[in-house]
Design a protein around this ligand. Sequence first.
Ligand code: ATP
Ligand code: MG
Length: 412
Amino acid sequence: MSKLQPARGTRDIFGVEARHMTAVVDTFKRVATSYGFEELATPIFEFTEVYKRPLGEASDIVSKEMYTFEDRGGEELTLRPEFTAGVCRAFISNGMQQNTPCRLMSHGPAFRYERPQKGRYRQFHQINAELLGQADPEADVDMIAMAWRILKDLDIAGNVVLHLNTLGDKESRDAYRAALVTYLEGFKDKLSEDSLRRLETNPLRILDSKDEGDREIIAGAPLLSECLNEVSQKFFETVKKGIAAAGVPFVHDERLVRGMDYYTHTAFEFVTDALGAQGTVLAGGRYDGLIEQLGGPATPGIGWAGGIERLAMLSEKGVAPAAATILMPMGEAATLKAIELAEVLRDAGANVMSDRSGNLKKRMNRADKSGAAFAIIIGDTELEAGVAAVKSLSTGEQTDVPFGELAEHVTR
Ligand code: ATP
Ligand code: MG
């Protein structure tokens, strides 16, 4: 064990960062609820097959990032590396096809064996939304508009650009794959090792390569838009018009592909340049074949996931702790009274803590540092008079307030 540190790529989350992250989740839940979403919590581990099949053996996640283990009963299990496959498994397991469209929101930790750096961890956290059972392009628009509203509510929309692309339907993608392979085979001696392997397993994924040599080659590759059939073109046109109508600015990014096998038609990423190489804060797309592939009834789907750590790093929301009231009883009798008053104040909705240690000056210093709103001092004199000395820590003003009026005073 290395000096009681958390395992590499994992972190303890507390203080300001915890508050920022909670603000992201709260905003997500509030906005998604306004779009008709309901909560779904799936287990943190699933049978490995749930991820392996839909994500594809050649995907980064399956080939090198999953935390897979055999449990004591000999089951092959994997810690959730992403939400979509588990949500679709839950859709099938619970017969949700009886009630489509299903709008499902989830959040929580995800696990990937990656090289840790700022904004990239082995345990990280996602907000996730899936809309199942709706095939029309307007569903894609809804999902993107919802993401945009969350970014606006977090005050980070100004730092983020929506990159939008279409991968087309299966026919279009097959045609493109053929064109891409023909082109890339001319560069077999220059491609990175990873990309060479992908040329056999999943050539589209090469477009996602972060290798610089690869990137130069990719710059000259044929474009997917040249291979789109009419259905796919029309679908994409409708999505673009809808997104514009919803007031979401975007750029058409012809090079955007997504890392997983299951995407069709719409693919998108909200990207910032404020976080270095970890620029994608929220990403998703349509995956019409996934549920069928998992063994369920043919059901179209579209979804996205946002990285809570990355969103929290950009947002100022949640910096200030909830304004608190600190009770400062002096002496035994006052301490008992303070216990009673604290409960009365909490009944009224106030956040209350008691500080019973050290002299008054020490307690005031601590209260000031904590960012609390009020200090309430109760000593023998106050007890006798039935009042407390209430000090506003923002103005420094101090007034005597009868016990019965304290709640009103600190929740104003
Ligand atoms: P990247 O290209 O940065 O590796 P990705 O395409 O693997 O991202 P997705 O699988 O689309 O990411 O996950 C959705 C979001 O989850 C990302 O946009 C990002 O904000 C966040 N995310 C993904 N992997 C990590 C990680 N290891 N640490 C922190 N956040 C992550
Ligand atoms: Mg990744």
